[in-house]
Ligand binder design. Sequence first.
Ligand SMILES: [Zn+2]
Length: 209
Amino acid sequence: MVFSSKLIEDAVNEFSKLPGIGKKTALRMVLHLLKLEKENVHAFTKAISDMRDSIVFCKQCHNVSDTLLCDICSNPARDKTQICVVESIRDVIAVESTGQYNGLYHLLGGILSPLDGIGPDQLNISTLYHRAKNNDTQELIMALSPTIEGDTTVYYIAKQVADLPVKITTIARGISFGGELEYADEMTLARSIAKRLPIDNYVTLGKNS
Ligand SMILES: [Zn+2]
């Protein structure tokens, strides 16, 4: 792509560094910004700079936050007896969006993956242990990827906190709602049968959704 303006070229190059954005899309965005009032473009760039400059990680759960303690950790209405253990902020957003969970979170920052050089020291596991030790904590809900690495991480954490009086649970894994049985993979179907629910639970869940 040949540009007649170095300024446009620089802006296009910056946009094309974003995930999923090629040069053509980047150019479309830049030309769009060029059409906007200057104030609108300044508001756009200020929001991005402010976000990058001011965001911190919550000292308790490691979620991204505007303050030292995030909105979830500092909310007195949240149930402090439950900690949902997840990999990243995207998982927090996903669980929060269900509106079904009122406990706290703990972000590990990934899962154990020795082949990629990710061991326990690279994850926020020691801070999780200290939180689990706190008298308020009664249950750790493991909401990690349904993979070998995810399962390994669950077992590792369970072993670490084995001496503490906390209950460890994992989120249910099974056939997705609206999914067809014959298309489910064997592992999912096997888990669904092993972790089957009494019909009472099934009917209650159906009414809530
Ligand atoms: Zn927090």
